[in-house]
Design a protein around this ligand. Structure first.
Ligand code: MG
Length: 452
């Protein structure tokens, strides 16, 4: 049954619709007898009766839609860009060192980084639009990627892209895969720069183009470098005071120490906080089992305990902790396999791991459909990477966005204006067209690659 209020609304809408239909000279599929037909020679929108959008001689469109009540409704006029093709005319790359504010960052297996080697890509077009992207591997020992490899790959792939239309994101993504097999982390900054150009070309933010903005901002996690349990607990307390509510502990070391790390940090948290113990593939299965059993009473997520998918799945099936996969999920195939096995509750989608925003968006949308929550981020980077992350994270349904990250707050060098800045442990994507960043050319210096 339709409520009375709703019924009145429907009736009044029908009355208004009928009036509109008579004024348009049509009612349903029958023409009204007392209303003169629209003159096909003079009507400015000759396709109106065909229920299609119409284009006047001036290039101003007047979309026409047919309502379920068979009424023709004219939507506001929207100016369309004339059809033309943008062309990539030049690709430049800049190498930028990004020192860490904390001095160094340590994770499983004794691995560490103190200065990130980041590559910023600039794509210029024949129309004067310029887009930027960034690629920054977490050292050469995290994923199959390394900093100099980004630039070597660009030198290989870049010449094939001159003359291509950067706004044709899908065809360009497939073209890159055909021109260079694999190496998603090389393609990622190019793909991000193309999204930046696409946004500028139509006056919309990348967030809008990736599906639209959910809420006002997105929640950030803080990665806690591997140190002693006491030092990590102290760090968490400090970042908690700065507004962070989600923490990712770097464990994956000695299992007994890791148990103490998790307990020491958990003691610092308050209701509503989220704690993740990320082993970054560092445990063998027996270590992982000991840890998850020893912290069975702690509210903690377990992330990527072991090196292989099969090892992780084994641990997943022996613990009640919420489970996160990261390093072993690098494409749609592995994502769907893990979803089918119920191997994770949360997945970490890093933009460069998938090959750019285009493929990360596909993974994001699949996860959203499958009910798998996500951490959306990248391997590392500065302002431009943080901007790209923010656009993908902010266009992710709120319930499914477990957390994201503000890498630009970890480093001492700012490479662009306009990048998101953290407020109370949260950030928001820019509403400006494209990524909304303006690179600081004085920081970028001279290009190390110039293809034209
Ligand atoms: Mg991880």
């Amino acid at each position: 049954m339709i409520p009375r209020g709703r019924l009145r609304t429907l009736r009044s809408f029908r009355r208004a619709a009928k009036t509109d239909a008579h004024e348009q000279g049509r009612l349903g599929n029958r023409e009204c007898k007392n209303v003169p037909k629209r003159n096909a020679a003079t009507t400015p929108y000759p396709q109106a009766a065909g229920n299609q959008s119409a284009m006047s001689q001036t290039g101003i469109s007047q979309p026409i839609v047919r309502h379920p009540y068979n009424v023709i409704i004219s939507l506001p006029r929207i100016a369309l860009r004339p059809e033309h093709e943008l062309k990539i005319t030049r690709i430049l790359a800049y190498r930028v060192d990004l020192p860490l504010r904390e001095g160094s960052y340590h994770w499983s297996g004794g691995k560490s980084v103190s200065v990130f080697d980041s590559t910023i890509v600039r794509i210029e077009t024949d129309e004067g639009l310029i887009g930027h992207g960034e690629g920054c591997p977490l050292g050469p020992f995290y994923l199959p990627a390394y900093a100099a490899g980004v630039r070597a790959g660009l030198a290989e792939l870049g010449p094939h892209l001159i003359g291509k239309d950067p706004t044709q994101i899908g065809p360009l993504s497939r073209f890159m895969d055909a021109a260079l097999k694999g190496h998603p982390y090389v393609k990622s900054p190019i793909d991000i720069a193309c999204w930046d150009i696409l946004g500028q070309s139509c006056g919309r933010s990348v967030c809008d183009l990736l599906g639209g903005r959910f809420g006002d901002d997105v929640p950030l996690y803080r990665a806690i470098s591997q140190q002693s349990p006491e030092e990590m607990a102290e760090k968490v307390a400090g970042y908690h005071a700065e507004g962070y509510r989600r923490f990712q502990l770097k464990v994956g070391g000695d299992a007994d120490v890791d148990i103490r790390r998790i307990r020491a940090v958990a003691a610092k948290l308050t209701e509503g906080d989220r704690l993740v113990a990320d082993a970054n593939t560092g445990w063998l299965m027996h270590d992982a089992l000991r840890v998850v059993r020893a912290v069975a009473d702690v509210d903690v997520y377990i992330e990527q305990p072991c090196a292989s998918y099969e090892e992780c799945l084994s641990i997943r099936r022996q613990t009640n902790h919420p489970f996160v996969l990261d390093e072993v999920i690098d494409g749609v195939d592995s994502l769907l396999r893990a979803a089918g096995d119920r191997a994770m509750d949360v997945v970490n989608i890093k933009i460069s791991k998938f090959g750019g925003l285009t493929k990360a968006r596909l993974a994001r949308d699949l996860c959203a459909s499958l009910g798998i929550a996500m951490t959306i981020e990248d391997t590392w980077g500065g302002d431009i990477t943080t901007a790209a992350i923010a656009h993908l994270a902010h266009s992710t349904p709120t319930q499914l966005l477990f957390t994201t990250t503000d890498f630009n707050s970890y480093v001492t060098v700012s490479t662009a204006d306009g990048a998101p800045q953290r407020t109370d442990g949260r950030m928001a994507a820019s509403t400006a067209a494209g990524l909304g960043v303006r690179p600081r050319m004085e920081v970028l210096g001279k290009p190390v690659i110039d293809i034209h």
